[in-house]
Ligand binder design. Structure first.
Ligand code: NFE
Ligand code: MG
Length: 575
């Protein structure tokens, strides 16, 4: 028998992730996380026009669509010293908020909920009792006994027809599912409603960026014109539409997402003691309100929490060459100066070196290289990034709104702050954050309207647009908070072209393999101690891994049309 439990592919995520775990006496004692798809974006970018980089990097991923474009234009603006007009900042913030609202809601319902909600158990629910519970937790109107009865009939026809489709291989009936049938039925109802709703909020991207996924960006501003009275511009009618989309989003978050989170969590409070993982948390911060240089005015604060000490926030400087470094000791890459040295991304290298087993194989060679993700560290430490990191850093920084939202949620769950350092804490933090984002979106859209009314319709600057005005060599960092966590792009511009370009993305931080010192990254660390009731149905592994919301496409990239890693990429055979 395989000595390790293997989950490959992990589903309900973005990309290709493999988890191997050693289980002893019903608990995980060691774990390995591997991205099984190779990246190439950093190679594709070499020698291109830096003003085009956003269009390539944005296509790393269609899930966190837009954040890589944002990090990219910021990197170029940082390198060239370009300050964007206030309206461009607001438009970018609004696109950011739309992205978070969609991404977090979709994660909760479509990627994570079925780890906690037993779809098949919902068939046993009493529709009248379901309605009573739904009306007790929220004023959301779709809550009549008839509504739930109809839904249950549809679900029953689906299950009896043997056509479970994407739900066919679920672990339905697993004893770790604890919700009463009625709460399961509410979960199924909102799964379907969220699917409908999420296609609305992304229209914000089509208004400001022309399309979704992958809306347009612009070095120096935002690629749209503002004019209240002009039919082809962002006019009063479109701005009112944006306002309505955000209002509906706020209602959905306040009346569906958060009540569901608070209704489900009490059945799973043991998960507030499972899945903590590493003890350090990092945020670059985002949602600037006075230019990206004025970090103190960010809505999402920058900083690090170390050793879970919430009394202190440590400063983070993305420009510090000794801050973020990436090594490839256990990654299928090669560094010219040795794989164990951490390289700051400005000097980063992307050279493939596949030494892994050929399929079919039983196990990864975890003593050697075993992932396409590199291993980033901040001053040598493994850092968790994401909603939990943002809420912890905001809380520790004394950010009033974050503190209030975190405290209120903990009080509702009767849980101490230490409960945050867990699988449940990660999932709760994402919900808390979504609620804050929904409020801030309104502030940004009001501010944009006020600016236009006051006669400011500028959305971009042409300053430093011409490469003839650029220095012969310059470097920059574009830092951002993607939904899954701290994201930054490092760029070196030489003679008007990209000399080097490196992305260090949230899932690289969280899902990376061990470093040269054997320190585990967040996924691997968080799985230790996780119970596994039945190795054939590792539901518990999914709970913890999904709580991070993995996106492996962001973290690695590129396959050829037969599914083989590109053999001659970078001029070096990969095997
Ligand atoms: Ni493809 Fe991504 C986010 C980024 S993840 S989803 O959020 O950046 O690592
Ligand atoms: Mg990279």
């Amino acid at each position: 028998m395989n000595p390790r439990l293997v989950v490959d592919p992990v589903t309900r995520i973005e990309g290709h992730l493999r988890i191997e775990a050693e289980v002893k006496d019903g608990r995980i004692v060691d774990a390995w996380s591997a991205g099984t798809m190779v990246r190439g974006i950093e190679i594709i970018l070499r020698d291109r026009d830096p003003r085009d980089a956003w269009a390539f990097t944005e296509r790393v991923c269609g899930v966190c669509t837009t954040v890589h474009a944002l990090a990219s234009v910021r990197a170029v603006e940082d390198a060239l010293g370009i300050a964007i007009p206030p309206n461009a900042e607001l438009i970018r913030n609004l696109m950011f908020c739309a992205q978070y609202l969609q991404d977090h809601v979709v994660h909760f319902y479509h990627l994570h909920a079925l780890d906690w909600v037993d779809l098949v158990s919902a068939l046993k629910a009493d529709p009248a009792e379901t309605s009573r519970i739904a009306q007790n937790i929220s004023p959301w109107p779709k809550s009549s006994p008839q509504y739930f009865r109809d839904l249950q009939k549809r679900l029953a026809a689906f299950v009896e027809g043997g056509q479970l489709g994407i739900f066919a291989r679920g672990y339905w009936g697993h004893p770790a599912y604890k919700l009463p049938p009625e709460v399961n039925l509410i979960g199924v109802a909102h799964y379907l409603e969220a699917l409908e709703w999420q296609k609305e909020i992304v229209k914000v991207h089509t208004i400001f960026g022309g399309k979704n996924p992958h809306p347009n960006y612009l070095v120096g501003g935002a690629p749209c014109s503002l004019n209240i009275d002009e039919a082809n511009a962002i006019n009063a009618e479109r701005l009112a539409y944006v306002g309505r989309l955000f209002e509906e989003a706020r209602r959905f978050v306040d009346q569906v997402y958060l009540p569901d989170l608070l209704a489900v969590a009490p059945y799973y409070l043991e998960w507030a003691e499972i899945g903590g993982g590493v003890t350090n948390y990092l945020c670059y911060g985002d949602l600037p309100t006075n230019g990206f240089a004025d970090v103190a005015q960010f809505k999402l604060p920058r900083g690090a929490v170390l050793d879970r000490d919430l009394t202190r926030v440590h400063p983070i400087d993305p420009h510090d060459p000794d801050g973020v470094r990436e090594a490839v000791s256990h990654s299928w890459y090669r560094y010219t100066g040795g794989d164990d040295q951490g390289l700051n991304p400005w000097w980063g290298e992307t050279t493939f070196n596949y030494t892994g087993p050929r399929p079919p194989y039983e196990n990864l060679n975890v003593g050697g290289k075993y992932s396409w993700l590199k291993t980033p560290r901040w001053k040598g430490r493994a850092m968790e990034v994401g909603p939990l990191a943002r809420m912890l850093v905001g809380y520790a920084a004394g950010h009033a709104e974050i503190r209030e939202a975190v405290t209120r949620t903990l009080a509702a769950l009767k849980a101490p702050p230490a409960a945050l350092f867990s699988t449940l804490g990660r999932t709760a933090a994402r919900g808390i954050e979504t609620q804050l984002i929904a409020r801030w979106a309104k502030e940004f859209s009001d501010q944009l309207l006020a600016n236009i009314r006051n006669g400011d319709s500028r959305t971009f600057t042409k300053e430093k647009w011409e490469p003839s005005t650029w220095p012969a060599e310059t470097r920059g960092v574009g830092a951002a908070e993607a939904p899954r966590g701290a994201l930054a792009h490092w760029i070196v511009i030489k003679s008007g072209r990209i000399g080097n370009y490196q992305l260090v993305v949230p899932t690289t931080w969280n899902g990376s393999p061990r470093d040269a010192y054997g320190q585990r990254s967040p996924y691997e660390a968080s799985l230790i101690g996780t119970p596994v009731h039945d190795p054939k149905q590792p539901l518990e592994i999914l709970r913890t891994v999904h709580s991070f919301d993995p996106c492996i496409a962001c973290a690695v990239h590129l396959y050829d049309d037969r599914g083989e890693p590109l053999p001659e990429a970078n001029g070096i055979p990969v095997a």
